[in-house]
Design a binder for this molecule. Structure first.
Ligand code: GLY
Length: 351
């Protein structure tokens, strides 16, 4: 798998024009969802390189990350005369870059694609690292391939139109990157003013965060070992997210990850001697910004079941990534049902 070039853009138009020019192509397709078509496409639609672009639009939100949407994209590519030498530009959040990346990777066995992520979550996580795919059979990201975008162009210009909840959703992945890397980055994140964000400072934090992810992915692109570090907070987080979806009260991915971080740092204290003062500091930040996780003890069995069916598991074990300290990553950790219920008590009852 080729590496993609990740660009922290100071001039979005120029960087997109350069990326499109750098990849010889016969036709250009731009994939958006209904929201990014309205809010983000106008920022680049006037570029000369976009004059002949053919637009493909799918519904927004994760509910549209389906085989039907994928089929719609393939159909548009086919009817628009796409060949193996065509180029696709995915303009949107993680749903668009994941689904678009998968559509491009499979159409005629693969055409090149560029990701232009427009949410904080997709900038620091989804669009970088080559994971593409769709939800299937009620499971998130069940079908997909590892395949890198030609380029990933990250511009904080898009973040100015992002609401606070979506900003916080992406920020949870940045906290995760801080936790698995170093104290300095974590402290910068814990002291950043999220209520009145300084977008220049946020841009710097995004750059550092993406760099942390890139360094890990470079060493382990297909998640055989080290890349599992990026799963910190996600075993519990995915269970919380799935439960919320099942109850018909979906939560944003990053909120579930933030609550998952509370859970898995608690486990880390018990199992890997993660320092308690750091746990308190991170938990306080998360509770203050993300509020309480809407679960109670009647749902523990269901959460446990979701964890048992997590695709990150091996054999019958529930697999966690834990920490012995900031940056001290311990992959493939297991916990008993009793330990998992204690962890959920800590999350639900703050004990
Ligand atoms: N979102 C975690 C990863 O890319 O591995």
């Amino acid at each position: 798998m080729n590496n993609s070039t990740v660009i922290i853009s100071r001039n979005l138009g120029q960087d997109i024009a350069d990326a499109v020019a750098a990849r010889q192509h016969d036709r250009l397709f731009v994939l958006t969802d209904t929201t990014t078509l309205q809010l983000c496409w106008p920022l680049i639609s006037q570029l000369p390189c976009m004059a002949s672009a053919q637009m493909i639009t799918i519904g927004d939100t994760d509910e549209n990350k389906t085989l039907q949407s994928l089929s719609h994209v393939w159909t548009c590519l086919q009817q628009g005369g796409a060949t193996r030498h065509s180029l696709m530009l995915n303009l949107g959040g993680g749903m668009v870059t994941d689904l678009g990346g998968f559509a491009a990777s499979t159409f005629k066995r693969g055409i090149a694609f560029i990701n232009v992520p427009t949410t904080l979550l997709s900038q620091v996580d989804a669009s970088v690292g080559g994971k593409t795919g769709i939800n299937f059979g009620g499971l998130k990201n069940e079908i997909g391939v590892f395949n890198n975008a030609d380029r990933v162009i990250i511009s904080t210009d898009f973040l100015r139109s992002l609401d606070t909840k979506n900003l916080l959703s992406g920020y949870a992945e940045m906290l995760k990157h801080g936790l698995i890397s170093n104290e300095q980055n974590l402290n910068e994140l814990l002291t950043f003013d999220l209520d009145e964000p300084d977008y220049t400072a946020l841009g710097h934090l995004v750059q550092v965060s993406v760099g942390i992810k890139e360094r890990i992915v470079e060493q382990d692109p297909t998640e055989r070992g080290l890349r599992k570090a990026l799963n910190l907070g996600h075993t519990a987080g995915h269970a919380i997210e799935s439960l919320a979806l099942e109850k018909g009260q979906p939560v944003l991915h990053g909120y579930a990850v933030a609550w998952g971080l509370i859970c898995e740092l608690f486990l880390s204290v018990g199992k890997c001697n993660f320092p308690k003062d750091k746990l308190r500091q991170v938990v306080q930040f998360i509770r203050e910004h993300y509020g309480d996780c809407p679960i109670d003890c009647k749902q523990y069995e269901r959460l446990f079941n979701f964890m048992k069916h997590d695709k990150k598991n091996e054999a019958d074990n529930i697999n966690f990534t834990l920490l012995g300290g900031i940056g001290d990553i311990r992959i493939n950790q297991q916990a008993s049902k009793e330990e998992i219920f204690e962890m959920l008590d800590f999350l639900a009852f703050k004990i």
